[in-house]
Every structure is written in structure tokens, then in C-alpha cells.
Design a protein around this ligand. Structure first.
Ligand SMILES: C[S@@+](CC[C@H](N)C(=O)[O-])C[C@H]1O[C@@H](n2cnc3c(N)ncnc32)[C@H](O)[C@@H]1O
Length: 422
């Protein structure tokens, strides 16, 4: 069956029409003519696979990686990077219009990643038997890999070492997580299904296999679908340098994954703070203080709110490290600090929530703050961003600007920064 691809949609696939039904097809480009096989037929759509590209797009390129289409990590390695950014920007704007129902969105130029390969500082390898790699797309089957073009080279070297380390384990871990900072310090987490007390190698031996950059490693088990720490050997944290900021980040804290874009994100936040005099600002979902500490250079007082205790410990360390005595951190859920935030009456609030976006209670608190004039919303999910900003617009805020920032080249993921004002 032949089909013409109309456009790409959020999630990475292309769409076209067959017998008046929508077809979802991965690894294609707009305007391509492709031969498809139907894998699944649903009431309103078909899930397809492209079996032959009949008319190829001028933006198609040979994927650099031999695992592409088998491994679930990448969606767009077949598209020239510059064009990928254009397509993702179109998907971003279309999502805001469709879900947010906001017309005339002031969209700024997207910010492409300065480097689009070897940008990731963090990886989670899946392990089963001899296989170490990533899940296949929409499957729990592991694709065995020996190299990933998205990872910084240190992490690829670690993957080689990991293959030698794994046979030493009596019980196999199901996952191995590695995080290699800009200062080239690494921490590792081995996640087991069982409650393992000890593993047979100490830090010295682990370093011999995984490299001298290894500062420490932890043993974790899975509880409620999340890794739960049992034991940690060596140092549990690493350091990041971004411009003239330095951050301590624990193995259990979040840090932005694209090492080439984090500085750009901080700069964009700083530019907003420079625009006017701010006496009180809040940073909700503040992590290790990646934005709160830079915000402290421009606002008189900044309050960071973060639920993860390890991240809050890092943030408190980082305020001293960066001499940011006007920045304060609180361990709490963003939805539980309504009264505190409303009382502090900030003029500016930065939001950088997980993919689920902002909950009703937090949105409600934002609407109660008398002095609140500006919201900087950093989002990693355009659908929840659109939902949240439409509620804010309904209550009197207007979208001053929004822009797509490519944190995740070659994948469908879309990071963005939106400014709302009242
Ligand atoms: C996308 S990360 C952003 C972290 C930080 N802004 C940065 O750029 O490094 C989201 C953060 O929100 C935290 N978090 C998740 N749910 C939360 C909640 N209900 N209240 C406060 N923080 C939360 C996570 O622990 C994580 O550190």
C-alpha cells in the first residue's frame, strides 16, 4: 500500500491517510511517498511500518547509527538536524494551538543544540542476560548495543567496561545508570530486582573496569517502579561547571541532560530577570538550584522549592559554593507551599515541573499571589504546557513569548521556555 506522509506529530511518527483512516508511520518525513505494512488495525487508525521509501524527502539522510529503527532511543536520526529543529518547532506550535487554544502565539526563534551528537551526560542501560542496551520502541525487549551517538564518549567507554563488570555479579542488575559531569566525574547506580546487600567488587575494582572518573557507585532495588537506595560506596555526588556557576549534583538528583544547552537555558532565564527589579522570586521544582542560584544574582531574594531531599541537600551546598546567601531552599511539594508563597508575595515565579506539568493546587496558589507579574515556564512536555498556560491565560495572564529549545536532538522530546505576564 502506498501513502503520502502529511506531517510529523508529537511522539516522533509521521501521519498519512488510507481509506479515510489515519496511519501512524515511524521513521518517515513529510511529503515522502512510502509503501507501508499495517501492523495493527484500530477502529480509527492504523499502526504502520514503512517497508519502502518510494519518493524520498530532500531532508532525508543516512542515519549515523546502525541500531537506528531497532533501538528505541532515537526517532529522527534520518532527518538533517536543521530540518529536525524546524519540524519539532512546528509540532510545538501546533500543540500549543490545538490543546491550549491560544491563537496568535508569539513564537521566538528556536534554539538548536550547539552540538547534536554526544550531548547526553546521563544514561540508563537496560540489562538482561548478555544483552546491555536500550529498549526497542514500544517494547520491553532489549537491543544489545556497543555504542550510542547521543552519549558523551566517556559513557561509551563505560559501556565497554560494563560488559566486563557484569559477569562478576552473582545476580544481574536489571539496569545500570551512569552520570558523567562536565568536570568528568562519574557516579553509577546498579538497580536489582532483588534486595542485594553487597556486590562482589569494591570501588578500586570498579574503577579498573569503568574508568578513573568513577567517584562512587550505589546498589538499588526497585520499589513502586522507582530505584530505592540500599547502599552507596565512594562519593555519591559529582560537580558541574556551567559558565561561572558550579553545582554539586548527587547520583539521586536531577540535572539537565544536554551538556551543551544547559548554559543557554540559564542565560535565557538571566535575561528575563535582568529586565526589571525583582525583590522576591520563587523557583518551583528547583532541583539542585540550577536556576535559583543564577536568579539570585538579579533578584533580592529567591526561594527554591523541591521535593527530592538529595536535590535540596545539593542546593543548600550550592548556595554556599556560589556565595548565593540571598537564595533559600525548602524541601516541599510545590503544591504544599501555597500559604508560604502567597505570604512572600513574589513578583516572579519560575516553573520547571516534570512531564506531568503543574497541578491544580499549585496553579491556584499562583493566582492568589498579589504581586505576581511574570511567570517563566520551562517545560519538557508541550501537551501539559499547553493545558497549564491556557488556564493561566483564562485567569488574566498573557503569553509574551514562547520558544522551543532543543535539549534532546534526534528524539521527539520538546523542551521550551515560555514567558507569561500579567
Ligand atoms: C525537570 S526537573 C527540574 C529541576 C531544575 N529546575 C533543573 O533545571 O535542574 C523537575 C524537578 O522537580 C522535582 N519535583 C517533582 N515533583 C515535585 C513537586 N511536586 N514539588 C516540588 N518539586 C518536585 C523533581 O525532583 C526535579 O528535581
Amino acid at each position: 500500500m502506498k501513502i503520502t506522509v502529511e506531517k510529523l506529530i508529537y511522539g516522533g511518527k509521521g501521519i498519512g491517510k488510507l481509506n479515510n483512516k489515519v496511519c501512524f508511520i515511524p521513521y518517515v518525513l513529510p511529503e515522502e511517498e512510502v509503501e507501508i505494512e499495517i501492523i495493527r488495525e484500530k477502529k480509527n487508525f492504523y499502526e504502520c511500518t514503512p517497508s519502502k521509501i518510494i519518493k524520498s524527502s530532500p531532508y532525508r539522510k543516512d542515519p549515523v547509527c546502525r541500531y537506528f529503527t531497532y533501538c528505541g532511543g532515537c526517532d529522527y536520526l534520518h532527518i538533517e538536524y536543521k530540518k529536525q529543529v524546524e519540524y519539532k518547532n512546528e509540532i510545538f506550535v501546533e500543540t500549543l494551538q490545538r490543546i491550549g487554544k491560544i491563537d496568535k502565539i508569539p513564537v521566538l526563534e528556536p534554539v538548536p543544540s550547539p552540538e547534536n551528537l554526544h550531548y547526553r551526560n546521563r544514561v540508563q542501560f537496560k540489562i538482561k542476560g548478555e544483552k546491555i542496551g536500550f529498549f526497542k520502541k514500544e517494547s520491553r525487549e532489549i537491543v544489545n548495543i556497543d555504542y550510542c551517538y547521543l552519549l558523551k564518549e566517556e559513557l561509551n567507554n563505560i559501556l565497554n567496561g560494563l560488559r566486563e563488570v557484569v559477569p562478576f555479579f552473582t545476580f544481574l542488575p536489571v539496569e545500570a545508570h551512569f552520570y558523567s559531569s562536565s568536570e568528568n566525574q562519574t557516579v553509577a547506580k546498579f538497580v536489582f530486582f532483588k534486595n542485594i546487600k553487597k556486590i562482589p567488587l569494591g570501588l578500586k575494582h570498579m574503577k579498573a573496569f569503568l574508568g578513573d572518573s568513577l567517584e562512587g557507585f550505589g546498589i538499588y532495588t526497585v520499589k513502586d517502579n522507582f530505584p530505592k537506595k540500599i547502599n552507596f560506596i565512594g562519593s555519591p555526588f559529582v560537580y558541574e561547571t556551567v559558565g561561572d556557576y558550579r553545582f554539586r549534583v548527587s547520583a539521586d538528583s536531577f540535572f539537565q541532560v544536554n551538556r551543551f544547552q544547559v548554559g543557554n537555558l540559564i542565560k535565557l532565564v538571566e535575561e528575563e530577570l535582568k529586565k526589571e527589579k525583582i525583590s522576591v522570586a520563587f523557583d518551583l521544582y528547583s532541583g539542585v538550584g540550577t536556576f535559583s542560584i543564577p536568579m539570585g544574582r538579579y533578584a533580592e531574594k529567591v526561594f527554591g522549592v523541591e521535593i527530592n531531599p538529595y536535590a535540596v541537600q545539593d542546593a543548600n551546598h550550592n548556595r554556599k559554593l556560589n556565595k548565593a546567601s540571598n537564595v533559600f531552599f525548602q524541601r516541599a511539594s510545590a503544591s504544599d507551599i501555597n500559604r508560604f508563597m502567597v505570604k512572600k508575595n513574589p513578583q516572579l515565579v519560575l516553573l520547571d515541573p516534570p512531564r506531568t506539568g503543574i497541578d491544580e493546587k499549585t496553579l491556584d496558589a499562583l493566582l492568589q499571589i498579589k504581586n505576581l507579574r511574570k511567570i517563566i515556564y520551562i517545560s519538557c512536555n508541550p501537551a501539559t504546557l499547553a493545558r497549564d498556560i491556557s488556564k493561566l491565560v483564562e485567569k488574566g495572564f498573557s503569553v509574551v513569548s514562547t520558544r522551543f529549545i532543543d535539549m534532546f536532538p534526534h528524539t521527539y522530546h520538546i523542551e521550551s521556555l515560555t514567558i507569561l505576564e500579567k
